[in-house]
Design a binder for this molecule. Structure first.
Ligand code: PMP
Length: 411
């Protein structure tokens, strides 16, 4: 644009603003749009993936903030790749999760794991590069990959996560993705977890065909029972892990991270310099303190898991009581989401305005479709409900409202 273009125009109003072509390839997030609608006080929103604010350790965060603020470091710019102390703590934590040695040089701390995914896509992908994602897809990943100009190929999911056999058949037939994105544990939106054998197979395929698996894992620690699932990264080297403090501490810290081989971590760091120079020293210091206090952190996570399990049980019992066989639902075993399918073919996008009238929000299944057919395609009769945001009584009330809305004929 020349300086002439920037001069204010008097007659005829403002000059038209021409946006970059890359924007036309990015679908808006129906979920973000919905959050605006469901933000009304009278709406119980099961739409957003909002962890329970009442379970977030606000007092512990305040104590850590006070300690951090005693040092000038807390109010200063910091290293682009993240504070050294936090990278050490994350590296130790990831070594424990994956059983493979992770060092601070493998870690880049980002503004939530969403930024890690964006930087990673920009570091790895040229326009037109093929990538694979799960279908239904985590919409935040779809947006990032579309913004990078990737050629996005959906791979179906079933009750055990990504159909790695379908991916393997396509690879054998010549498909050569640069990366494969998976929400391996307690999938957003489907709630399913990739089986261990499939994890091994996926890591093996990555090595054989030379692509990277991006293991997007903000929910792995939130297994209701037993140990968190063993990461895909435990099975091979061609896996980049994305982690986050959002669901286990608080999203407003905006602390996430990526674990990648040092060459890739350095490339991401270079891109991050131009994006935001660095993250917040203050929230990184708080996060480092809380994650490093292993006994406290373990107890805190147990509490969140227990409460989430109770909330999921309340939601699913209410769905069964209100809908009976009219709705098939998933049985959550961790994470934050329950997936419903209406047996009579209800168009959930059409149900949503009636649900909002009754005071409840959810996300229609079509919002998670990779190809976004106008009619919602195979996901047309599905809905994602978040069970983490509210305590059981409010969840029951939300489901009663949803049932009322679904009994109302279209007006
Ligand atoms: N990945 C998945 C699968 C998610 O569901 C989310 C949040 N909804 C994120 C990444 C991003 O989370 P954050 O940026 O807060 O770490």
């Amino acid at each position: 644009m020349t300086s002439t273009d920037l001069r204010p125009r008097s007659a005829g109003g403002a000059p038209p603003i021409r946006l970059a072509a890359r924007l036309s390839g990015i679908r808006g997030s129906a979920i973000r749009d919905l959050l605006t609608l469901t933000a009304r006080d009278d709406v119980l929103s099961l739409a957003g993936g909002l962890p329970a604010a009442d379970l977030m350790p606000r007092e512990r965060i305040a104590e850590a903030a006070e300690r951090a603020l005693a040092s000038p470091t807390a109010v200063q710019y910091s290293e682009t790749a993240g504070l050294g102390r936090l990278r050490e703590v994350v590296a130790a934590h990831e070594t424990g999760r994956t059983g493979r040695p992770v060092g601070p040089a493998d870690v880049v701390v980002t503004s939530g794991s969403q930024q890690a995914l964006d930087l990673l896509a920009r570091a790895l992908l040229d326009p037109g590069d093929p990538v694979a994602v799960e279908d239904p897809v985590y919409v935040g990943a779809l947006q990032v990959l579309q913004a990078a100009g990737a050629d996005v190929h959906p791979v179906p999911l079933d009750g055990e996560g990504m159909r790695v056999d379908v991916l393997a058949a396509r690879l054998a037939a010549g498909f050569r993705p640069r990366l494969v994105h998976t929400v391996s544990s307690f999938h957003n939106p489907r709630g399913v977890t990739l089986g261990q054998e499939r994890r091994r197979d996926l890591a093996g395929l990555a090595e054989r065909y030379g692509f990277l698996v991006v293991e997007d894992d903000p929910y792995g620690l939130l297994a209701f029972d037993g140990d968190p699932p063993r990461p895909v990264a435990a099975h091979g080297d061609h896996v980049v892990r994305l982690g986050s403090a959002s669901k286990v501490l608080a999203p407003s810290l905006r602390v996430g991270w990526l674990v990648a081989p040092p060459v890739l971590a350095a490339a991401v760091e270079r891109l991050k310099q131009s994006t935001d120079l660095c993250g917040s020293s203050l929230t990184q210091m708080i996060t480092a303190e809380l994650l490093a206090d292993e006994e406290w952190f373990a107890g805190h996570v147990v509490g969140v898991r227990r409460e989430n399990r109770g909330r999921a049980a309340a939601l699913t019992a209410a769905v069964d009581a209100e809908f009976g066989p009219a709705v098939t639902r998933s049985t959550p075993s961790g994470g934050m989401f329950c997936w419903l399918e209406f047996a009579d073919g209800t168009d959930t996008a059409a149900l949503l305005p009636r649900a909002l009238e009754q005071g409840v929000g959810f996300v229609p299944g079509g919002a998670f479709s990779v190809d976004a057919p106008v009619d919602g395609g195979a996901l047309r009769s599905a809905a994602r409900l978040c069970f983490a945001t509210y305590p059981p009584d409010l969840l029951r009330e939300a489901v009663r409202r949803l049932a009322r809305a679904s009994r109302r004929p279209d007006s």
